[in-house]
Structures are given as structure tokens and as C-alpha cells.
Design a protein around this ligand. Structure first.
Ligand SMILES: Cc1cc2nc3c(=O)[nH]c(=O)nc-3n(C[C@H](O)[C@H](O)[C@H](O)COP(=O)(O)OP(=O)(O)OC[C@H]3O[C@@H](n4cnc5c(N)ncnc54)[C@H](O)[C@@H]3O)c2cc1C
Length: 462
């Protein structure tokens, strides 16, 4: 069995402050945020290993924000569906699960109160690529005497092992591939030695749909009826995909009308399924090798490139985060005449002259999910139809984060940066109005590649 030192020096773990583990502490706390699952969750498994070494019980804390700044009813419905199942699975493993509604827009105060009640020896969190070292330090100060560890549960190769911002898939790919033997392995599941008895009678809120009624939520964006949250639903979607659509994925994935991709992105975003579960199921399947490789390129290389972007680039939400060549070319073309300019309201309501774009926008608003190929076209046209690159970028982030169930995710920020700001891409000739040397997509070139009429028909207004 490994020691606490071994656990602390695991590349997936970052010790966030210099405090020593409090031997008088009464439990270990795992503050779950991004990795909302009981299955294949390295943060949960690290917390169990620490609790077992200290011979303490483990309790999971989950804080639901009363006033979330960006999530709406669509996101909360999906999240709570998943959280209910996760809580049940965690409790079955004799680990406590405490859910609290946290006032305001931060859960820190409520969590500090909770720590005060349960006296943890150590607090374990799951890693978040957007959180900077200073924020972690500030957070650590809140937790009584307990040290804070974060565990990277969100990616296959721990993101801190890629030590700086990567220029493109070409530069990150060999770095990731070199570590897959070490990290693309099943997550070992353990049992707790000391069950959580809740001797202090800490109350947890029941996770029901009524919980959402107690929140000050934006309710104008309703639940996405095609997606039910939770690890079981994610596993069902994964197994169907591997059986029916992975064979052929390499050629069919860019055909929006075929629905040929996994549609796992909402589950991955909320951590209801982890990348290990998905990548191993695909790697070990009987599908043709080119299909397996095409999928692993997306779930590992593209996804971890997006995490790398958010981790190292403070401006990931703005055009300022893209390469100088891209900002310069957009600046050079900032005065170009735009044949169409649409307001945010017109774009939101899919009121443009372009039926294909309108269909994509309607898919996002109604279904909470849009096909990858259409996301590219969608964002590039917003660049073409906005007064400036900066405004186009900010609008894309607002719409994407509001309507996509998988929005507010590193993949979304990297995708928008790619489409509008050439991030992870290169300059493309010939130089064009508005775009400059940013890669261009036209209705003609996009619609040639698939049965666009079927797609428009499916997402028509009627
Ligand atoms: C403008 C724009 C906005 C985007 N917004 C989001 C977003 O908000 N949330 C989001 O998760 N993805 C976003 N993407 C990336 C990508 O389009 C989606 O991840 C993908 O379409 C999700 O569908 P899927 O799960 O069926 O993908 P699959 O093809 O089945 O791929 C499996 C998984 O690989 C990852 N992946 C696939 N393509 C990419 C990519 N290009 N970059 C990074 N990871 C990828 C995702 O985690 C995905 O779930 C955006 C892309 C663009 C161009």
C-alpha cells in the first residue's frame, strides 16, 4: 500500500499549500465540483486512499450555488439528474454525501462552515483548469487547519505535466502520446475502511427537481429533452456509440445530418463520465483502427489541448487570447464592409438570410447541443456578421455558454478561439475580406460536404 507521501507526489495530485495533514482531524473531505461521478474518478479514489491511510471516514461535499452567474435551468436540470445518481453510488460505498445550497455566487463560505463542523484532516478537490494558483491559495486559507490537495480527474494525462501553452495539436500530440502508457489505464476502485457515520448529524439536502426551485436561476432556457443527466445515461450512450456508430466514425463524423458522433460532450462537461472510461471503451473495442484512432484524437488530443489553452492562457474567454498573427489580420480587416450585420437578438432568434446557419442556431437553442462541423460554421459566420472580431468572439461565448448543455467548457473556449481567432490553426490564403487569413468557411464549401437539405429540414422553424 502506498504512503501519504507517495499519494501527494502522484503527478495527478497538486498539494495546494504547505500545511501538514492534521492528525487530529476527524475525517477526510472530498469537495466535488467538476468530476461529478462515482465511477472512474481519480479525485474520489485519491480521497479514499488518503482516508484509509489515516483510518478516517470520507465525506463528499457538493455546494449548489443559489445564484449561478452563467448556468441556467437547462444546465441545472441535467446536473441534478446526474448528481442524484452519483450521491446514491457514493453512499453505497459507505462514504458520506452532503449537498448544501450556497448563498451568493460562491460556495466557499458554506464549505468553510461545513469544514468547521466536520474537522477534516485534509481536503481533496478536483482540479479546474481555469483556477489560478492565487485562487487556490485563497481557497486553502478558508479550510480551518486542513491542507488542500487538488486531483486532476478531468483528463487522461495530468495537465500540469504539459508545462506550457501548446501551439497546436501537432505540438501537444507527441507529448500526450508519450505518456499514454502510464496514464491511459483503468482507474482502480477501492473500498473505504472506516464508514461515514455522520455522528454530528450533518444534514444534506435531498437531490430532487424541487431543489432547483430554491435557486435564483435563469429559467428562460429550458431543459434539453434529448439528454438525461447521469453516469448510467452516459454509459448507455457510450455503449450504443461504440457498437453502432464508432465503426465509420472517421468518415461520418463530419456529416451533421447523420448524428454519427458520440454526443457525450454534456456528460464529459459535467464529469458524469470520465475520459478514461470513454477512451478505454473505444481503444479496446473491435471497431476498425482508423475509427478508433480518429475518436481518440478528439477525446484525448483535441480535448486536452483545450484544457491546456484554458490552463495557461488567462485570456481564453476573449480574442486577446489568440496568436498575434490572428489579431493582426483581423485588425487589418476591421474596416472591411460587412454585407450583413445582425444584432444579438436576430442571431439568437435565428433570423439571418442563411438557412443553414439558422438551422444550426435552432439546433443549439432547442436541443442544447450542436454538431461539431456546424459549430465551426456557426462561429465563423458570426465573425462575418459582427462589427468586429472582439464583438464576434464575446457574442459566441455568450450564446454558446447559455444554450449548449456542454457550454462553459474549455472545449467551447478553444473551439471559438479556433473559429474566430485561428487558435491552434495557421494562416490560410488567399486573404479575404473580414477574415484576413483566418480559415474561411462558406455556405457553398460547407453544404457541399453533407446532405445539408436534410439538416435544414430537421431544424426548420415549423
Ligand atoms: C465554435 C465551437 C464551439 C464549441 N463549443 C463546445 C462546447 O461548448 N463544449 C464542448 O464540449 N465542445 C465544444 N466544441 C468542440 C466540439 O465541437 C464538441 O466537443 C463536439 O462536437 C461534441 O460532440 P460529441 O461529444 O458528439 O463529439 P465526438 O466527436 O463524439 O467526440 C468525443 C469527445 O471528444 C471531444 N472533442 C471532440 N471534438 C473536439 C474539439 N474540436 N475540441 C475539443 N474536444 C473535442 C469532446 O469532449 C467530445 O465529447 C466546440 C467547437 C467549436 C468549433
Amino acid at each position: 500500500m502506498s504512503s501519504l507521501n507517495d499519494l501527494a507526489s502522484n503527478p495527478r495530485v497538486t498539494v495546494r499549500d504547505g500545511r501538514v495533514i492534521d492528525a487530529r482531524g476527524e475525517c477526510v473531505v472530498y469537495r466535488m465540483r467538476r468530476a461529478q461521478r462515482a465511477l472512474d474518478n481519480p479525485a474520489l479514489e485519491t480521497a479514499i486512499a488518503v482516508a484509509n491511510l489515516l483510518e478516517r471516514p470520507l465525506v463528499v461535499f457538493f455546494g449548489v450555488l443559489r445564484c449561478h452567474p452563467t448556468a441556467n435551468l437547462r444546465h441545472f436540470t441535467f446536473m441534478l439528474e446526474g448528481l442524484k445518481e452519483t450521491a446514491e453510488q457514493v453512499l453505497l460505498r459507505r462514504i458520506g454525501f452532503v449537498v448544501k445550497i450556497c448563498g451568493g455566487t460562491s460556495s466557499h463560505q458554506e464549505f468553510a462552515r461545513f469544514c468547521h463542523q466536520v474537522h477534516p484532516s485534509v481536503v481533496i478537490c478536483d482540479e479546474h483548469p481555469a483556477r489560478r494558483a492565487a485562487q487556490w491559495r485563497q481557497e486553502a486559507m478558508l479550510y480551518s487547519n486542513a491542507p488542500l490537495w487538488s486531483v486532476d480527474a478531468d483528463v487522461i494525462v495530468p495537465s500540469k505535466l504539459i508545462d506550457k501553452e501548446q501551439f497546436s495539436a501537432r505540438t501537444i500530440r507527441p507529448r500526450l502520446r508519450a505518456r499514454l502508457g502510464e496514464f491511459l489505464i483503468p482507474v482502480k476502485q477501492q473500498s473505504v475502511r472506516v464508514p461515514w457515520k455522520n455522528h454530528r448529524a450533518i444534514e444534506s439536502l435531498p437531490i430532487t427537481s424541487e431543489l432547483a426551485d430554491q435557486l435564483a436561476l435563469d429559467r428562460s432556457v429550458g431543459p434539453a429533452s434529448g439528454f438525461h443527466g447521469g453516469t448510467m445515461a452516459a454509459l448507455t450512450a457510450l455503449h450504443r456509440f461504440v457498437k453502432d456508430r464508432l465503426p465509420g466514425y472517421a468518415t461520418n463524423r463530419n456529416h451533421p445530418e447523420l448524428a454519427a458522433t458520440s454526443q457525450l460532450s454534456p456528460y464529459l462537461h459535467f464529469g458524469q463520465i470520465g475520459p478514461h472510461t470513454v477512451a478505454l471503451a473505444v481503444r479496446d473495442s473491435a471497431a476498425p483502427v482508423e475509427d478508433r484512432e480518429a475518436f481518440l484524437e478528439q477525446i484525448i488530443v483535441r480535448r486536452e489541448l483545450a484544457v491546456n489553452f484554458v490552463r495557461y492562457n488567462r485570456n481564453f474567454r476573449h480574442l486577446a487570447g489568440v496568436e498575434p498573427w490572428a489579431r493582426a489580420t483581423l485588425q487589418r480587416h476591421s474596416g472591411d464592409k460587412r454585407p450583413h450585420l445582425y444584432s444579438e437578438r436576430q442571431l439568437t432568434n435565428a433570423e439571418t438570410h442563411d438557412a443553414l446557419w439558422n438551422a444550426a442556431q435552432r439546433q443549439m437553442v432547442a436541443a442544447g447541443w450542436m454538431h461539431s462541423y456546424m459549430r465551426m460554421y456557426w462561429a465563423k459566420k458570426i465573425l462575418e456578421w459582427s462589427p468586429s472580431g472582439d464583438e464576434a468572439y464575446d457574442l459566441c461565448v455568450r450564446l454558446n455558454d447559455r444554450y449548449e448543455l456542454d457550454g462553459r467548457d474549455p472545449n467551447g473556449y478553444a473551439g471559438i478561439a479556433w473559429a474566430i481567432g485561428g487558435k491552434h490553426d495557421r494562416p490560410w490564403g488567399p486573404e479575404r475580406p473580414v477574415y484576413g487569413t483566418i480559415r474561411y468557411m462558406s455556405f457553398a464549401s460547407t453544404s457541399r460536404k453533407f446532405d445539408y437539405r436534410a439538416y435544414i429540414e430537421k431544424w426548420s422553424d415549423s
